[in-house]
Each structure stands twice: as C-alpha cells, then as structure tokens.
Design a binder for this molecule. Structure first.
Ligand code: ADP
Ligand code: TRP
Length: 327
C-alpha cells in the first residue's frame, strides 16, 4: 500500500499540521510505502514572492526531516520536481464537472479571506487529485478539512477510468477522529492563515506566550468547569495520556482549577514533546545541502513513478510525445 500526502510551504508549521497530518505520516512510514511532498505549486495561490516561497519550502523540508520523516523509508520530494503532475491536471480537468468544483468549500473560504479568486484557486482540487493519482496512491493521511478534496480525487479517478479504462488507483482518505480538527488559540480550526496557530518550531518564549493567549470563558477559578467546552483542555489532550486527560477532566469538574495553570502545563508538555525535534531542526538548519540532497533523491524516485502513470495515460488518451530531450 502506498500512502501519500503533502503540505503547502505557505507559512510556519503548526500543531494542527502535526497532529492532523504529520504524526500519521510518521506512523505510516514504517508499514507502508510513503510519498510525502511539499505542495509548492499549490502554495503559489497564496504566496506571490519567489524568494519567500523558496525560503518557506526549505523550511518545511527541514521541518519534515526534523520531525522524523526518514528518507530511507519514505520518498520526500518537491511537487515541482515532478512537472508531469501539471500535465495530468489538464487531462483530469477534461473529466471534471464544473459543479464538482463549485461545491468545494475551500474556494469559498479562501476567497472570503481575500485570496484572489483566480483559475488556480478554483482548480486547486484538480491539481491535488493529480498529486494523489499520478503515484497510484492508496491512502491519503490528512486532517478533516481535506476530506472533500480526497473525495474529488476519488471521483476524478473513477471518471478517467470509466472513460479510458483502468488507469488510476482510487484512493482512500486516512483521517483520525481524535485529531481531525485541532483548535487554534481562538477555538476555531487552527490554520496558518487565521492568525490562531501555535507554531511547532516557534521559540520557547513565543510558544509559552501563545498558550497563555488561548481564549477561555470567564468562569471563576473556584467554580466547576466543563472540559469538553474548553480549548485549553482540547490542546492538553493532544499531549496527555488517557489517565492524565481523565484526571484533568475530573479537576475541571471539581472546581478550584484555573485556566492559567492548565495553559502553563500544556505549554511545557508541548516543549517536552518536541524537544528532540527542535534540537534536530537546529542541526539540519545548518546543513541545507543535506536537505536539498534528500529532495533531489526523492524527486528522482517520485518522477520515475509519475512517468509510469503518464505513459499509460498518454497512450490511452491519444496524447503522444514525439520529442524527449536527452541531457
Ligand atoms: P493550513 O490550514 O494551516 O494552511 P494546510 O492546509 O497546509 O494547513 O494543511 C496541511 C495538513 O495539515 C493537511 O493535511 C490538513 O488537513 C492538516 N491540518 C491543517 N490544520 C489542521 C487542524 N487545525 N487540525 C487538523 N489537521 C489540520
Ligand atoms: N491541499 C492540501 C492542504 O492545503 C495540500 C495538498 C496538496 C495535499 N496536494 C495534496 C494533501 C495531496 C494531500 C494529498 O493541506
């Protein structure tokens, strides 16, 4: 089974990215063949500055490695190192009903937030489908917000297969209930673009400060509180064992517990949880050549797989290529 997923290099990695996505990549890389990439073509819909995009791309690749994605187990690569993916996007577009894209929430949400309502943003799910389908992926580990996009990929694989014969594997989303939606400091879904994120590799002081600014209600310290209504408790649960979570829930209900205390404790748990990764990240940041080498090798492997799919797709659709440059 092949697992594939990607993240846009469009800002700093946060807790939602880790618990919603990357932790599953790490769990899957031992049992499955993993393909994990950086969605830089997708990031162009929100980052219109080449220097920034290049820097964020290197940062995200460094983050992947620091968190434990292992180039000996998984293929780690840049979306743009496989330009065939844009070719498949076009071919998939020819079987993409407008209505299917019109129903996608992400376009409406992103334009409402001020992103330019252009063709790339509207067609974004088709490129995402190509990302998944070109590698014949079976499993796609993501957070809940991406579920609809995986359904689009499934629909398009079925449509292309119906039209031209069995060309593409129909993928399944892999979404864990417990971390499907990680809340941000305002209680909404944590996101790079909502200014509510807790950055994974932010400096220690900034991390602690961010936890202190998690929004809570005004129940006095002495009163009983409902843990299930509390964002701090939801964040605490990410790091806690079941017993620790049950103990804290009981303390909430008993009263006498202040939110500030839980915030400080959770910040410390996060710093402990990522202590090793933070150290590794510092080392890797001093060796960008190594990171580029990993991406180069990943790109080679990924492109080889993509070319196999494209040969069959070109053959079936009647789109030949007459000239292949030899370098
Ligand atoms: P963002 O919304 O911050 O831009 P991305 O769209 O780059 O995040 O998401 C990358 C991966 O992280 C996706 O698989 C997405 O589902 C997951 N993810 C992002 N935010 C969250 C969250 N708050 N809870 C759970 N998963 C999330
Ligand atoms: N759209 C995803 C996000 O914003 C990123 C992404 C691009 C992706 N292509 C993908 C995720 C393919 C999984 C599979 O988070």
């Amino acid at each position: 089974m092949r697992a594939l997923s990607g993240i846009q290099p469009s800002g700093q990695l946060h807790l939602g990215n880790y618990f919603g996505a990357i932790r599953q990549y790490l769990a899957l890389q031992d049992e499955h063949e993993g393909f994990y990439f950086l969605a830089n073509y997708h990031a162009l819909t929100s980052v219109a500055d080449g220097k920034t995009l290049r820097q964020w791309t290197l940062n995200l690749a460094t983050d992947y490695l620091a968190l434990g994605l292992d180039p000996d187990k998984a293929t780690i690569f840049l979306q743009s190192d496989v330009p065939e993916v844009t070719e498949l996007t076009w071919i998939l577009s020819t079987v993409t009903p407008m209505g299917l894209l019109e129903r996608c929430h992400a376009y409406k949400e992103k334009t409402a937030r001020g992103l330019s309502p252009n063709h790339a943003l509207f067609g974004y799910p088709v490129l995402q489908a190509a990302d998944i389908l070109i590698y014949q992926s079976h499993l796609v580990p993501v957070g809940q917000d991406q579920k609809q996009h995986i359904e689009v990929a499934r629909d398009l694989a079925l449509k292309l297969n119906n039209t031209y014969g069995e060309l593409l594997t129909v993928p399944e989303p892999y979404i864990l209930d417990s971390t499907a939606v990680v809340p941000g400091i305002d209680g909404q879904k944590m996101s790079k673009s909502y200014d509510n994120a807790i950055e994974l590799f932010g400096d220690e002081k900034a991390v602690r400060k961010r936890f202190l600014s998690v929004v809570t209600d005004s129940t006095p310290v002495a009163d009983p509180k409902d843990p299930e209504q509390c964002t701090v408790y939801a964040l605490f649960k990410l790091f806690a064992t079941e017993e620790e979570a049950a103990e804290l829930a009981a303390a909430y209900r008993a009263g006498g517990l202040g939110y500030g205390e839980v915030k400080k404790r959770t910040a410390q748990m996060m710093l402990d949880c990522f202590a090793e990764a933070r150290e590794r990240r510092q080392q890797l940041a001093g060796d960008p050549d190594y990171v580029h080498d990993v991406l180069r090798e990943g790109g080679r492997r990924a492109r080889t797989e993509a070319q196999k799919t494209m040969e069959r797709v070109r053959e079936a659709t009647g789109i030949p290529i007459h000239y292949t440059p030899t370098v």
